[in-house]
Design a protein around this ligand. Sequence first.
Ligand code: SF4
Ligand code: SF4
Length: 149
Amino acid sequence: MSRQHSPLRLRGHHLLCTGLFVGEGYSDTFSVNMSRIVRMLKEENVMLELVCGTDEICGACPKTACEEADSSENREKTEVCDLPSVKKKDQKLLANLGLDRSPQDTYRNIIRIVRERLTESMFQECCGDCSWNKKGLCSYEKYMKNIED
Ligand code: SF4
Ligand code: SF4
């Protein structure tokens, strides 16, 4: 699919998730969509618009995924995906990386910046509470290795 005219919306913390995706996800539909996006990022130098809110990955996510982060409330999917705690994660990571001031660029340029600036403590701040991290599927070392040139 060509992305020449409209940038792909990617929420800040999904810069990390897309680099660590190994095929597992919240549902089959989620994983198929995530695989498509990860393949597109790797094979085409797509323009990204970095956002702090729902994106094309969230669009295929079952509504229960983010409810785990806030099980006290039973909201509809869009609202659940827009949880302030998840948005804060996006904002913090993008601010730490200095990417909040230039949210649109090609994937390769953005990843070059991430490679230069991401520290282990930034990674932990973003991913420390995530269930995939706790399962041992994600780590700073794996991420840095995966995004090597
Ligand atoms: S630990 Fe969670 S938020 Fe971090 S990269 Fe893995 S799946 Fe994404
Ligand atoms: S809805 Fe939440 S869990 Fe699902 S992809 Fe978006 S940020 Fe991740």
